[in-house]
Design a protein around this ligand. Sequence first.
Ligand code: DQA
Length: 145
Amino acid sequence: MKILVLNGPNLNMLGIREPAIYGRTSYADIEKAIKEKCAALGVDCEVVQSNHEGTLVDEIQRAYHERFDGIVINPAAYTHTSVAIADAIKAVSLPTVEIHLSDPDTREAFRHVSYIRPLVIDTVKGEGWQGYLHAIDILYAHISK
Ligand code: DQA
């Protein structure tokens, strides 16, 4: 099994960025924990972060062409704006889990919209960085079925 864990804009600033909302764990430490989790499950995983919408679309398409089994994605701010990322997820139709460290539904009104929510098998939110590990478990269970 091979999965892609994809992270959108400003998530490379985790640990520095608004720690009261996103916590003090750095992006590098989260990436390490994701890789350890996947290794423990016997899953190959790639963890990618980009600040660019088109690069995120390219990565979703690459997951299809390179025969990944599923995607865990935190599109960050693009969650609330990007038709292109939603269309890419639709286009590849790979099982996908949405994850947010915070709970966008309890924050500003503009964060209440998620263009990808109707397309994903599940959404993990408000669990901090550990939400990534939960999202991987959900994807793993879904693919293993
Ligand atoms: C986020 C929530 C988004 O609203 C925000 O723009 C982010 C991070 C989260 O993980 O809680 O950049 O996706």
